[in-house]
Design a protein. Structure first.
Length: 303
């Protein structure tokens, strides 16, 4: 299904690399660029991403590394949430997508009891639909977590989610879909005996927490604002949240050479490294292509 340009060569001339990186920058950095054609040639690897900056950075890492490996790559970023892009993957419209192991497993198997990284990954490999495959998971994680301000934690003696059971008037903030997720209000009550009101705060969740609109916020663990604002991430001893390592889901037909490249990039990405990439985006305001090129160069993927 797929073919590599100059197959067998994992290095390209400096001129070609420069051209491909320039194209990558245009594809990922311009929100007004026209949508890509979903009818990509059969020898093209179509890479997608969620409409979430951290996931798009990872997708750009994969795209640029595959460019360097000689593959023809089409970018189709910011597709949306799982109900939009999982059907695209299953239909073969997208060939490679950076995901998160725990949340993806819950999407395919809402009743899973797996919580730890290795068991989540093992079960995910059996839950993947026909025609798709799960590539190696990365050490990097970006999972749901419940956070409070340092002041709220100190005032209420909070270290764990379980400690919220003794606090009155808890208001949980997060994306609208959190209200129905297994780790949302129903999960808090069934697992920890914690009763909360829910406020859909979406992209303003951290701001709502800092302003006191909510007092518990669902924030992804690799979000640099946790450290920047001195937020306290509550421990989850009962495993309400599934471990969510970065893990690519791909077409079962993805060439072995492409799989090797993506797996190598995933292996080199650490939890601290992912936070640093996110800082470059949200604080330093660098473009995704620039961030990816710098990281891939520093880690030996680009010459």
């Amino acid at each position: 299904m797929f073919a590599a340009r100059n197959k067998g060569r994992l290095a390209m001339t400096a001129a070609v690399v420069g051209a491909s990186l320039a194209l990558a920058g245009c594809a990922s950095g311009d929100p007004l660029a026209p949508e890509t054609d979903t009818d990509a040639p059969s020898d093209t690897i179509v890479i997608g991403s969620q409409a979430y900056y951290s996931t798009e950075i990872i997708a750009v890492l994969y795209a640029q590394a595959l460019d360097e490996g000689g593959f023809t790559v089409e970018r189709n970023y910011q597709i949306g949430q799982r109900d939009a892009y999982i059907p695209a993957l299953e239909a073969g419209e997208v060939d490679l997508f950076p995901e998160y192991s725990g949340n993806l497993l819950q999407f395919w198997n809402p009743d899973t009891t797996a919580t730890q990284s290795d068991e989540v990954f093992a079960e995910l490999a059996t839950a993947v639909p026909d025609g798709l495959q799960i590539l190696d998971q990365s050490p990097a994680t970006d999972q749901d977590s419940y956070n409070v301000t340092a002041e709220f934690a100190e005032a209420n003696g909070l270290e764990s989610i379980a400690d919220l059971a003794g606090v009155d008037g808890v208001i949980l903030g997060g994306a609208p879909e959190l209200e129905e997720r297994p780790y949302g209000p129903s999960g808090l009550e069934s697992v920890y005996g914690v009763t909360v009101a829910f406020e859909a705060t979406g992209d303003t969740t951290v701001e709502a927490l800092l302003e006191g609109i909510v007092n518990v916020a669902n924030v992804y663990s690799a979000d640099p604002r946790i450290g920047q604002n001195g937020l306290v991430t509550l421990a989850d001893p009962e495993g309400l949240f599934l471990a969510s390592n970065v893990v690519p889901v791909a077409s079962a037909d993805l060439p072995a050479e492409a799989v090797e490249i993506v797996n190598a990039v995933s292996a080199a990405l650490t939890p601290e490294g992912l936070v640093a990439l996110n800082v470059q985006s949200t604080v330093d305001e660098l473009g995704f292509a620039e961030i990816a090129t710098q990281w891939l160069t520093e880690n030996g993927f680009l010459g």
